[in-house]
Design a protein around this ligand. Structure first.
Ligand code: ADP
Ligand code: MG
Length: 238
């Protein structure tokens, strides 16, 4: 069974339809990248899966539940954004544990989950620092750590690396791949960057103007683009 299943999902803003009935199945532990030009509906699709936007038609399943009307906190997903806001006055440890604290977890549960996340993301030596004393890459690792302490079924990433310089972006791609191998979780990752999509994805889903143009393994799509748009976007050889 699919971990995440979209059936004819539509999004309208007023009378303007921006997502036109998308069908998409994402398997447990799969790393799927939604890629496409700016404005094609990637973030809107991700935000509908997260529950941050309502849907205008269709259905979304996570696991065996239809989640159309469930609020984000009831969906067991975690989302990492481009503008990851860490709390500047809190230490790394406090930043990592904050969502568990407000969820009413005990100090022992919080410590265990925070130590585990810190270990996975190599943050253990940085636990007492404030965000202001961290590098960009370290801050991004804390942002990911905050997402994994809650043991979500599904991770959603929306262009998490686009504010980083090229060198750091390459390093963080490696970190994200490592994270996926270590915690074996389902990831849906949005980017407009073809190289990022090709290097990270088990499967890439190419979007254009609110619909899916093609999906497949990076190699499939690269070697068998269905049309000129995909070929040009992915940079397939003619
Ligand atoms: P992407 O993430 O692929 O760049 P988006 O999902 O952000 O694209 O946007 C898809 C389309 O929906 C764009 O045309 C955008 O202008 C429009 N859009 C996004 N959010 C809103 C909103 N809150 N109100 C009206 N239109 C929106
Ligand atoms: Mg976007």
């Amino acid at each position: 069974m699919a971990e995440v299943h979209l059936e004819k999902v539509v999004k309208k803003y007023g009378s303007l339809e921006v997502v036109h009935g998308i069908d998409l199945d994402i398997a447990h532990n799969e790393f799927v990248v939604l890629v496409g030009p700016s404005g094609c509906g990637k973030s809107t699709t991700l935000r509908m899966i997260a529950g941050l936007e309502g849907i205008s038609g269709g259905n979304i399943w996570i696991g065996d539940r239809v989640v159309n009307d469930l609020p984000p906190r009831a969906r067991n997903i975690s989302m990492v954004f481009q503008n990851y806001a860490l709390y500047p006055h809190m230490s790394v440890r406090e930043n990592l544990g904050f969502s568990l604290k407000i969820a009413g977890k005990s100090a022992a549960e919080i410590d265990a989950a925070v130590d585990e996340a810190a270990n996975i993301l190599s943050l253990t030596p940085l636990m007492d620092r404030k965000p202001g004393a961290l590098s960009g890459g370290q801050r991004q690792r804390v942002a990911m750590g905050r997402a994994i302490v809650r043991h979500p079924d599904v991770f959603l990433f929306d262009e998490p690396l686009s504010n980083l310089d090229a060198k750091l972006r390459t390093q963080m791609r490696v970190e994200i791949k490592k994270l996926h191998r270590k915690i074996k979780t389902t990831i849906i990752y949005v980017t407009h960057d073809q190289v990022e999509a090709m290097t990270l994805a088990d499967r890439i889903v190419i979007m254009r103007n609110g619909h899916i143009e093609q999906q497949g393994t990076p190699l499939d799509v690269f070697t068998n683009p269905v049309n000129t748009f995909v070929a040009t976007f992915i940079g397939s050889p003619p």
